[in-house]
Design a protein around this ligand. Structure first.
Ligand SMILES: [Zn+2]
Length: 55
């Protein structure tokens, strides 16, 4: 009665695609991001925000 052809509702898969891909589980790719001001050692950061000290 009140249905409108062509107006398909958003599916769950459609919403998942809008999530930032950086949030998915991944292998960290650490890149040199600077020197630790306290220890002076190098710091490496992944683009997801995880930081670890020098390798
Ligand atoms: Zn990461």
């Amino acid at each position: 009665m009140h249905t409108r052809p062509g107006a398909a509702p958003a599916t769950a898969a459609d919403r998942q695609q809008r999530l930032p891909s950086i949030a998915v589980r991944h292998v960290h790719w650490f890149r040199w991001s600077g020197a630790d001001p306290f220890s002076g050692s190098s710091l490496y950061a992944c683009r997801c925000g995880v930081v670890r000290p020098g390798l």
